[in-house]
Design a binder for this molecule. Structure first.
Ligand code: ATP
Ligand code: MG
Length: 422
């Protein structure tokens, strides 16, 4: 059986170290390599410092079959990847005439003269090969050191990505490693520790099928992964999925789509529509449900009713409800969902009213008190009381994902209590 190549990814730049730029290159490279059957050994990040950069390249090239670096190929003094690679290879830089022509052409085709500073971008260690950059001036570099293929790619994602796709994926295509097979099961309404407890013996790291979880706001994705060859991989993954489904039951709603995409698919299949009426989330549910492309087939729009006046005026909440029970109450949430559903002319409507804090709480209604209602043309309204813990932002996010979960329960005909429900 062919073995899986290993890789390390090295992100280079002070801006990454200082937290000014989010390192998205490592994420997209790791994702693509994993899908091509490569085992990622390490992610590393170093500042624009020649010694640190040289040390990192030298060390990582010894421990992996593939080393991808990004950044530090620009024309300025803090762009040190060329020199670091030369140091690692124990060579001096030479000018590559073909690369110099390409850089010059990049400028002349834009009616500009090449600044003298850009000339350094045509330098390479003699043992390295230049990689053409069609989207910018910095050519990449490729070299081999013992068992490691090193690819140095530019930092800007728009330049890095096409070069990665063309050069690195091509190099991988020539190796016949079996791909890593993965599947994701999406759950809503269960805590990560509850899931980890239920799946404990399936999650041992030495099992041939690896199972891991990623949790965010009551939504837990369960990743099933194996490096077995393609034939047995599918069977093993099917089996693992079945075992997980037996343990977690209907909290798993999809093995294809996240919560928003799943809801849009369900609504579209039934030719039904959704609206929202949001107070403390002020449109967050509407934002989330419109993340998947194609959401317009099922999502009509929202009322953002932050004030009591607009709850009455737009969602037709009777004044007596607000006077008697307050705006943060089950009665108000129910009236918002039902009233807005009428006004927006939709099959379903989700309404949220609550106290996101940090001020505005009381003994009776502490910060984090949230009422969520789902009104539907085809069923009685479901109104629930929650007490979410955390910052203003976290309370708002939990409220939004919980509202979507409430709708998912109805669409999939599933009943269960939800996290933080009172
Ligand atoms: P250039 O020729 O544009 O200077 P370069 O290879 O020298 O290319 P850097 O100077 O290191 O690249 O980075 C240029 C820009 O690319 C950074 O300011 C940043 O916006 C972006 N960038 C660099 N590294 C990353 C990364 N790992 N993830 C996302 N963006 C990055
Ligand atoms: Mg840089």
């Amino acid at each position: 059986m062919p073995t899986h190549p290993t890789a390390a990814i090295l992100a280079i730049g002070d801006e990454l170290i200082l937290g000014q730029t989010l390192d998205t290159n490592t994420k997209s490279i790791a994702d693509a390599l994993t899908n091509h059957g490569v085992i990622i050994r390490e992610h590393a990040t170093v500042p624009d410092d020649l010694d640190q950069l040289t040390d990192a390249i030298t060390r990582l090239a010894k421990t992996s079959n593939l080393l991808i670096t990004t950044g530090g190929l620009g024309p300025t003094e803090d762009d040190l990847t060329r020199q670091a690679l030369a140091n690692t290879l124990n060579q001096s830089l030479i000018e590559d005439p073909k690369a110099l022509v390409q850089i010059r052409t990049w400028f002349t085709s834009r009616n500009r003269d090449m600044p003298e500073a850009n000339r350094v971008q045509a330098l390479r260690p003699p043992q390295a090969r230049m990689l053409t950059n069609d989207c910018g001036t910095a050519p990449g570099l490729a070299a081999t050191l013992q068992n490691c293929k090193i690819f140095c790619l530019p930092g800007p994602p728009a330049e890095m990505q096409p070069m990665f796709d063309r050069e690195v994926l091509l190099a991988l295509a020539t190796e016949d490693a079996p791909p890593v097979t993965t599947r994701i099961l999406y759950t809503a309404g269960l805590g990560e520790s509850y899931i980890a407890g239920k799946l404990a013996e399936l999650m041992h790291r030495e099992n041939p099928v690896l199972i891991g979880t990623t949790a965010s706001l009551g939504l837990v994705a369960i990743r099933i992964r194996t490096h077995l060859d393609a034939e047995s991989a599918r069977t093993q993954i099917d089996q693992a999925e079945q075992q997980i489904r037996t343990r977690l039951g209907p909290a798993i709603f999809s093995n294809k789509h996240n919560l928003q995409a799943h809801i849009i698919e369900r609504l579209t299949d039934r030719n039904q529509t959704l609206g929202t009426c949001e107070s403390c989330t002020a449109g967050l549910v509407a934002k989330l449900i419109t993340d998947p492309p194609g959401s317009s087939a099922a999502f009509n729009g929202s009322l953002i009713t932050y004030t009591n006046e607009l709850k009455q005026k737009l969602a037709r909440v009777p004044k007596t409800i607000i006077d008697q029970h307050g705006a943060v109450s089950g009665q108000c949430a129910k009236a918002m969902a039902e009233g807005a559903r009428e006004q927006l002319q939709t099959d379903h409507c989700l309404a949220i009213t609550g106290i996101a804090g940090p001020t505005g709480g009381s003994n009776n209604k502490p910060v984090g008190t949230v009422w969520i209602a789902r009104a539907s043309k085809d069923a009685a309204t479901d109104t629930r009381h929650f007490l979410f813990k955390g910052s203003r932002e976290i309370i708002r996010q939990w409220s939004a994902t919980t509202a979507l979960t409430l709708l998912r329960l109805h669409l999939d005909k599933v009943t269960m209590p939800l996290p933080c429900q009172q």
